[in-house]
Design a protein around this ligand. Sequence first.
Ligand SMILES: [Zn+2]
Length: 83
Amino acid sequence: MAETNVEVTCLDCAFEESHAALGRARVALAAHASETGHDVDWTINRLASGVEQAGADAGICGINGCENTDSPLLDWHRPDDEA
Ligand SMILES: [Zn+2]
C-alpha cells in the first residue's frame, strides 16, 4: 500500500500533525475537534500511487507528452476496436 502523507491543521490554534495514513489523520482530526471544538482541516499531500498513475496517464498534469495512450486505466477511443 502506498504511503499517504496527510497534514492535519487546526484553523483555530497552532495544532498541526502529519500522518502517513489517512485513517490515523482522521482519528487525530476527530480527537482534536471533539476535545477543543476547533475547526480542523486536513491536506492530502500524496495520493496512492495507482491514483497518481491514473492522473498522469490521463494527462491531468497538463504537460505535453504526458498522456499515456497505452494505459489500461483509461478507456481510450480506438477506431480499430469498432471493426
Ligand atoms: Zn485547535
